[in-house]
Design a protein around this ligand. Structure first.
Ligand SMILES: [Zn+2]
Length: 242
C-alpha cells in the first residue's frame, strides 16, 4: 500500500512542525526576557561613580585653588616680614599669620593627595564598568542576532513543511485520511512501526495474521489494541537514508 509511506511522511512532517513551533515559542520567550536588568545595574553603578568623580573633582579643584591663594598670601606676608620690617608687634602678628597659613596649607596638601587618589580609583572603576557594560551589550547583541537568525530558519523550514503536508494530504486517499485524523483526534500519533511482532506505539504483540498481512502483503493493518496504523520500518524508511 503505497499511501502508507506518504502517511508516515505526513506524520513525520507534523511531528517536525510541532517541534519547530515549540522552539519558536521558546526563542520568543528568551528574546523577551533579556539581560536588561544586569545592564541597568551596571549603568546605575556607572552613574554613581561619575557623580562621585564630579564631587571629588570639585573638592580637588577647590583645594588646589585655596592652596594657590594661601601661597600667594604667604609670599606677600614674607615680603612684608623681610622687606618692610616694621614694629615688633606687627612682626609677631605677621609671623602668627604665616604660621596659621602654613598649617592650613599642610592640611590642604594632604587633602589634595587623598582626592587625587580618590579620583584615580573612580576613573579606574568607571573604565572597568564601561568595559563590562560594553562586553555585556555585545554579548546580548550577538545572542539576539543568533536567535533572530534561528527564527528566520524556523520560519522558512516551517513553511516548507506546511506545504509538504498539504501535498501529502492531497495525495493520500480520503478514507485513509479519515482514519488518520480520527487517531489524531484521540491524541495519538496515528502511525506506528512493527517492532518484532509488537506495535511500537503501545507495545502490544500482534496476531500472526496481522504480522503476515503487513510483512508479506504490505497491506493496511491496524494494531489490535491501540488502533494505530502499522507500518514496517524498513518499508517506510527506504530511500530516506536510514
Ligand atoms: Zn498499538
Amino acid at each position: 500500500m503505497e499511501c502508507l509511506k506518504d502517511m508516515w511522511e505526513l506524520q513525520n512532517t507534523e511531528i517536525e512542525m510541532v517541534k519547530l513551533r515549540r522552539e519558536w515559542a521558546q526563542l520568543k520567550e528568551l528574546l523577551a526576557r533579556d539581560k536588561d536588568d544586569e545592564l541597568a545595574a551596571i549603568q546605575k553603578s556607572l552613574n554613581e561613580a561619575r557623580e562621585q568623580w564630579r564631587t571629588a573633582k570639585k573638592n580637588h579643584d577647590e583645594t588646589v585653588a585655596e592652596i594657590e591663594q594661601i601661597s600667594r598670601k604667604l609670599e606677600q606676608l614674607n615680603c612684608q616680614l623681610y622687606e618692610e620690617g616694621g614694629q615688633s608687634k606687627e612682626l609677631i602678628s605677621i609671623q602668627q599669620n604665616i604660621e596659621q597659613l602654613e598649617k592650613r596649607k599642610a592640611v590642604l596638601e594632604d587633602r589634595q593627595l587623598s582626592t587625587i587618589e580618590e579620583l584615580d580609583q573612580l576613573e579606574q572603576r568607571i573604565a572597568d564598568e564601561t568595559r563590562r557594560f560594553q562586553r555585556l551589550e555585545e554579548q546580548k547583541r550577538s545572542r539576539n542576532n543568533r536567535m533572530n537568525l534561528r527564527l528566520e530558519e524556523i520560519r522558512a523550514a516551517y513553511g516548507d513543511l506546511k506545504q509538504r503536508r498539504e501535498e501529502l494530504r492531497a495525495i493520500i486517499p480520503n478514507y485513509m485520511m479519515a482514519i488518520y485524523n480520527d487517531l489524531v483526534a484521540q491524541k495519538k500519533r496515528p502511525m506506528a512501526t512493527l517492532k518484532g511482532d509488537c506495535c511500537s506505539g503501545c507495545g502490544m504483540t500482534q496476531t500472526v495474521l496481522n504480522v503476515n498481512a503487513l510483512k508479506k502483503g504490505g497491506q493496511y493493518t491496524r494494531c489490535s489494541s491501540c488502533g494505530r496504523i502499522l507500518v514496517l520500518a524498513e518499508a517506510v524508511n527506504k530511500g530516506q537514508g536510514d
